[in-house]
Design a protein around this ligand. Structure first.
Ligand code: CA
Length: 270
């Protein structure tokens, strides 16, 4: 009862089996060793992020200029981000952010990122007020692979955390054990924060030391990245900008300074 249209299908299957047999033979002869060279060629032409370092010493006014903008994407209020000469990690200038409670008081200084591939960001941060219990963010990056929503770094339960705006997943999980695997952000001193994002892997360092609770390695770990991974399998951000400042969703005023920002495709260090 085979219809005429079924016969070409059978012939295709025969051809596929023949191809498999040929590939098997080729593997046995080691002839597929050519394939890694193709992969390496693809990697060599992949775009890499445009690196820069900036200590704000070339800023001439109180309004951030050059690569930096204080424009916000939706609403704004009483928060401000200005060039400041009262405190600096190096040189004499930094960015001061007067952060206020309430989402629409958010204030950032931001710059676009170009290129792609692994992204490492390092900045020095100093602030006056311990991270609150409520959720806050002091860094945000627009993720083109997540509907344009932000990947955010800040704090909750008085410790550093990552948060995905799209699904509100946190890293680490906000269980007592998870929070204990993160670190508070020291006040009234300069701290070096660095993070590296390569595909779906995220690593964070505070003053040069990895923070166990701030690592997403793609393998779900209880109290750390279990929710992060399982809520969004295959998460692999494509980050379009870097914004440093303050966003408070429930409680928490803070005054923060940022200096010596660095963006690179490889580990930067403090
Ligand atoms: Ca500076």
């Amino acid at each position: 009862m085979a219809s005429p249209s079924a016969r070409p299908g059978r012939r295709r299957i025969t051809a596929a089996v023949g191809t498999v047999l040929s590939l098997t033979a080729a593997c046995a002869l080691g002839q597929l060793a050519v394939q890694p060279a193709v992969a390496a060629g693809t990697s060599a032409t992949a775009p890499t992020v445009t690196a820069f370092t900036d200590g704000f010493e070339d800023q001439t006014g109180s309004t951030p200029s050059g690569r930096w903008s204080t424009s916000v994407r939706d609403c704004s209020g009483t928060g401000t981000a200005t060039v400041d000469s009262s405190k600096a990690h190096s040189g004499s200038k930094s960015i001061r952010v007067d952060g206020k409670t309430g989402y629409c008081n958010h204030a950032f200084v931001g710059t676009t990122l170009s290129g792609g591939g692994p992204l490492y960001v390092r900045f020095w941060i100093n602030h006056t007020t311990a991270l609150p219990t409520g959720h806050v963010a002091f860094a945000a990056m627009k993720d083109a692979n997540d509907g344009g929503k932000d990947l955010r770094m800040g704090g909750q339960n008085q410790a550093l955390q990552w948060n995905r705006e799209s699904d509100d997943a946190t890293l680490p999980a906000q269980s007592p054990v998870g929070v204990s695997m993160s670190k508070p952000l020291p006040t009234n001193t300069w701290s070096c924060i660095e993070y590296g994002i390569d595909g779906g892997h995220l690593t964070t360092w505070l003053n040069g030391s990895e923070v166990a609770g701030l690592i997403a390695d793609g393998t779900p770990t209880s109290d750390v990245d279990n929710q992060w991974v399982q809520s969004r399998p295959g998460w692999s951000p494509s980050l379009q900008d870097l914004r440093l400042g303050w966003e408070s969703y429930a409680q928490g005023d803070d005054t923060l300074w940022f200096d010596d920002i660095a963006v690179s495709s490889s580990k930067i260090g403090c």
